[in-house]
Design a protein around this ligand. Structure first.
Ligand code: RIB
Length: 306
């Protein structure tokens, strides 16, 4: 079950970002489905997991199209709440075609309408079918906390992607099995300076002391650093041609959640997630997540070439 945001992403591609007060002429415009929650849900479904999305949209055409898109991708949408008093969440994204970098502004709209009782009800109703719970931070924090607490109470494996970074109440960590920050989010959560791999390991241990069982820090082209009770390791990224990194972290989280749900060992799960993220960034759109067959073929190819 994925609990989180649902957006439409409005992309303008540019060959350089504007400075403050400057207008630049873009190279192209496109609209893609997005939102960290929806991206992760589509990713999980495409990788073969039965996936329930818990989120909120407005009573507008964008909301209807985004729910339709989730359905088309095989995600169960019966726990998506429609709040007719607000707009569906949207993101404006500048994509730099020279560097692959991006800048994103989100107007959350209906994301903020998702309340603890929506999530608790969905979890109670699906308790027999759900094994893994995946949550990010584009919805109200009280809803995030309620989801993790309820998920643990029901015996699920809980995964928190603390993105975008927000200060968290330390007491929440005892409800988190696996946390998946990027380097900047890890800095913000721990207050530690995180520049090198050793810094990542040290900062991760702070979260482990707070009660998290495993910390998986995404490190872009380097890969992902895994810290758990008996392991401290960088799992290397796959080398690919970068087209669009928007949603790379979401694709990674989806891959990790599916792999953990299938009881893969953590290190193997991180490698699987790396492959999912690598294939995603070769295509434009936050939900251009590969299929299971594509991921397996990359893993196979890499293991025979090393
Ligand atoms: O992680 C990428 C996502 O962040 C985009 O799809 C955008 O909607 C924002 O939520």
């Amino acid at each position: 079950m994925v609990v989180g945001s649902i957006h439409a992403d409005f992309y303008i591609s540019v060959d350089r970002f504007p400075q403050v007060g400057e207008t630049v002429i873009g190279l192209g415009f496109s609209v893609f489905p997005g939102g960290k929650g929806a991206n992760q849900a589509v990713g999980c479904a495409r990788l073969g997991a039965e996936t329930f999305m818990v989120g909120a949209v407005g009573g507008d055409d964008i909301g209807r199209a985004m729910v339709e898109n989730l359905k088309r991708n095989g995600v169960v949408v019966k726990h998506i709440f429609v709040d007719r008093s607000v707009h569906t969440g949207v993101a404006f994204i500048l994509l730099n075609t020279e560097t692959g970098d991006n800048m994103i502004v989100v107007a959350p709209g209906a994301d903020n309408s998702l309340k603890p009782h929506h999530v608790e009800k969905a979890l109670e109703e699906e308790a027999q079918r759900v094994r893994t719970l995946l949550v990010q931070l584009e919805i109200p924090l009280e809803t995030v906390y309620a989801a993790l607490r309820k998920g643990k109470e029901l015996g699920l494996t809980t995964i928190l992607n603390p993105a975008p970074a927000k200060p968290l109440d330390e007491s929440v960590y005892r409800y988190v099995d696996v946390i998946v920050p990027n380097r900047i989010e890890l800095e913000q959560l721990t207050g530690a300076t995180v520049k090198s791999l050793d810094d990542v390991f040290r900062a991760s241990e702070i979260l482990v002391k707070h009660g998290v069982k495993a910390v998986v820090t995404t490190m872009g082209s380097l890969g992902a650093a895994l810290v758990a009770q008996d392991v401290k390791k960088l799992v290397k990224a796959f080398r690919v041609r970068v087209v669009d990194t928007v949603g790379a972290g979401d694709a990674f989280c989806a891959g990790l959640a599916v792999a953990i749900g299938e009881n893969m060992e953590l290190e193997e799960a991180v490698r699987f997630a790396n492959a999912v993220a690598a294939l995603k960034i070769t295509r434009q759109g936050a939900q251009s997540v590969p299929t299971r067959a594509e991921v397996e073929s990359l893993l196979e190819k890499e293991s025979t070439s090393t």
